[in-house]
Write a protein that binds this ligand. Structure first.
Ligand SMILES: Cc1cc2nc3c(=O)[nH]c(=O)nc-3n(C[C@H](O)[C@H](O)[C@H](O)COP(=O)(O)O)c2cc1C
Length: 329
């Protein structure tokens, strides 16, 4: 029988499959069900600072109308709201911990640079095993330079690393001109892992009702290729772990991500579409591939992947694309 145990962010996982941050990892019932089906670890639903701010503004308006001159009250209220939200998160962790010691990775997304590390510290104290910083920000202001956006990201990571001792990963978008360089800078700042990639909610037009609606929420089975490419290109150029996120809808794709060098593979859309029991299909499909190829460990899969891509950075670059289409006119 092949051994699926592996390490990610220094945490021991029973297998490399993680439930990615989403509604599926937002309640104890759903998480424990996924744990029962065999997931190797869980990235909890992101704690969004904006959610707290929106709730705060709504409640303040209700309580004070437009006369917002009671600053002391506002400060207290802000503190209370944050406390309640964090209390909910802590309760979730306690509920899970009462039944399982599955590795838990908390996820945060903050709006104000000053809040990231205070949230990070509170979450560390509540007993999670690691933190994933969800660096989700659409650079919609056209007068902001890339260098300033990146500086902000790097400052967040530096500060969080100063405040916590548990492992820290960053989840990034694929939309950087200098993606490899950005990952390498995070690596140099000492992050324990980088998650490739976040999937942004996409707005769309509802033509019948003249309004904005959400575009497709879930990924499709063909959406894995960009993650696979960057996983393979970056794996041997950085020292931190890499986690694959995006388009993993089958055991074949899971196996490919591991061949490309992933230390863990996050799954979300496929679990929404197929239900929690799909974790079992992924595990047995992975075992089947390992047996077919005489591989006994996740490390063996990484080695096989390396042997398939002797000069792998070039294998995944544009030159392959040119060659392929050159031959298929
Ligand atoms: C319904 C839904 C909710 C999500 N919520 C979060 C979230 O709170 N934080 C986060 O970092 N990513 C969130 N994501 C992104 C996923 O974690 C994941 O990165 C993305 O969906 C790509 O993986 P997939 O192709 O397996 O779905 C969400 C995705 C979906 C579909």
């Amino acid at each position: 029988m092949s051994e699926l145990k592996t390490k990610y962010l220094g945490l021991q996982l029973d297998n490399p499959i993680l439930v990615g941050s989403s509604g599926l990892s937002g309640t104890a019932d759903s998480i424990l069900n996924l744990v029962d089906k065999g997931v190797g670890g869980v990235v909890l639903k992101s704690l969004f600072e904006e959610e707290i701010i929106m709730e705060y503004e709504k409640n303040v308006k209700e309580k004070l109308g437009n006369s917002d001159n009671n600053l002391e009250f506002l400060d207290y209220f802000d503190y209370q709201l944050k406390e309640n939200k964090l209390k909910g998160y802590r309760q979730l962790i306690e509920e899970i911990r009462a039944h399982s010691d599955v590795p838990l990775i908390a996820s945060i997304n903050c709006y104000s640079p000053g809040e990231w590390f205070s949230y990070a510290k509170i979450l560390e104290d509540s007993g999670v095993n690691a933190l994933e910083l969800n660096l989700y920000r659409i650079p919609s202001k056209i007068n902001v330079e890339a260098v300033d956006i990146l500086k902000n990201y790097f400052d967040i990571v530096k500060r969080v690393k100063e405040y916590v001792t548990i492992p820290v990963s960053v989840k990034i978008s694929p939309y950087f001109t200098d993606l490899g360089n950005v990952v390498s800078k995070f690596d140099m700042l000492g992050v324990d892992g980088v998650v490739l990639f976040n999937r942004y909610y996409s707005p769309d037009f509802d033509l019948e009702n003249d309004r904005i609606i959400s575009g497709p929420i879930y990924s499709s089975a063909g959406d894995y290729t960009n993650t696979l490419r960057w996983m393979a290109m970056l794996k041997d150029q950085v020292t931190c772990d890499l986690s694959a996120s995006g388009g993993v809808h089958s055991a074949d794709t899971l196996f490919k991500m591991l061949l490309a060098g992933a230390n863990s593979v996050q799954v979300v859309s496929a679990l929404y579409k197929n239900g929690a029991g799909f974790v079992r299909d992924l595990i047995s499909g992975l075992q089947t591939w390992m047996e077919r190829k005489n591989l006994t460990s996740i490390e063996d899969i990484h080695k096989l992947g390396r042997s398939m891509m002797p000069n792998h950075a070039e294998m995944f670059e544009r030159v392959q694309f040119m060659k392929y289409f050159g031959e298929h006119n």
